[in-house]
Ligand binder design. Structure first.
Ligand code: IPE
Ligand code: IPE
Ligand code: MG
Length: 252
């Protein structure tokens, strides 16, 4: 847990960390005979809504997938729009994030972003670094495979042994615990190279709703589904565990 995030009494039915694949923007626009990018613009409103809901419901960390390593393969004008949208939205939203206590981290490979975007990201992160209510990780030019490779490269360069713990500490989300709940909107049921390491034990919730339409009722439905899940992390349910036989591996 990020030390700067205040922790009050913990309600175990509320996920501490929610991760979202914000999918369906293009289809939302196409259904309205609008250009795909109009869906991305509208998607920002949905993100703003969900940030506020996280704070209101007691979620401490929100991680969203905004641009994947593979999204460079889209038409150049859509890619250019998404690059501009990020800096435009940050310029407009950072003062509001500060007011709402949102600590921003932009997570992903920055090497191939322009200097102007890199500077804008660094400035936005610095401006919100003292905020404590909600950690917002925006995964931009992010891929789970990139993340694991860059972490392993850091360990190799430092001549450090590769252990699960050491690798975890070099991953791009090392400043927060793993997601408890992973939501994907837009009807697809896949990870698309999102947090492949970190979602090892996340509860998954797939929604048919296109991201720009995702509202409080949809978010609460995901929280409700999460609250009804039994997380076992490879163990047995309590009732079964208490009556388990004492047979050990030698008798298997
Ligand atoms: C998700 O919406 C946003 C990004 C990938 C940037 P899409 O643009 O993938 O929308 P659909 O899936 O084509 O509807
Ligand atoms: C995943 O959505 C990436 C983001 C939401 C940013 P995509 O629309 O790129 O995923 P695929 O191509 O359907 O798997
Ligand atoms: Mg999509």
């Amino acid at each position: 847990m990020n030390k700067r995030v205040s922790t009050g009494p913990i309600d175990l039915t509320i996920p501490n960390h929610v991760a979202i694949v914000m999918d369906g923007n293009g289809r939302w626009a196409q259904q309205r005979f609008m250009p795909r990018v109009a869906g991305h613009k509208k998607g920002v409103d949905a993100l703003r809504r969900v940030i506020k809901l996280c704070s209101a419901r007691g979620v401490k960390v929100l991680t969203v997938f905004a641009f994947s390593s593979e999204n460079w393969a889209r038409p150049a004008d859509e890619v250019a729009y998404l690059m501009e949208l990020l800096t435009f939205v940050l310029r407009r939203e950072v003062p509001k994030m500060v007011a709402d206590g949102v600590q921003l981290h932009v997570v992903g490979e920055r090497a191939h972003l322009s200097d102007r975007i890199k500077q804008a990201l660094a400035r936005s992160e610095q401006a919100t670094a003292h905020c404590e209510r909600l950690v917002l990780n925006v995964c931009f030019n992010y891929g789970g495979r990139w993340d694991m490779v860059q972490a392993a490269q850091q360990l190799a360069l430092a001549n450090q042994p590769i252990t699960e713990e050491a690798l975890g500490q070099k991953l791009a989300l090392a400043h927060v615990p793993d997601p408890d709940l992973m939501i994907r909107t837009g009807g697809e049921q896949r990870l698309s190279n999102f947090l492949m390491w970190q979602c090892a034990y996340s509860e998954m919730f797939f929604s048919e709703v296109l991201w720009p339409d995702f509202d409080a009722a949809h978010f609460d439905a995901a929280l409700q589904a999460y609250a009804s899940r039994e997380r076992r992390f490879g163990t047995l349910p309590d009732a079964v565990g208490s009556t388990a036989s004492v047979a050990g591996p030698s008798t298997v």
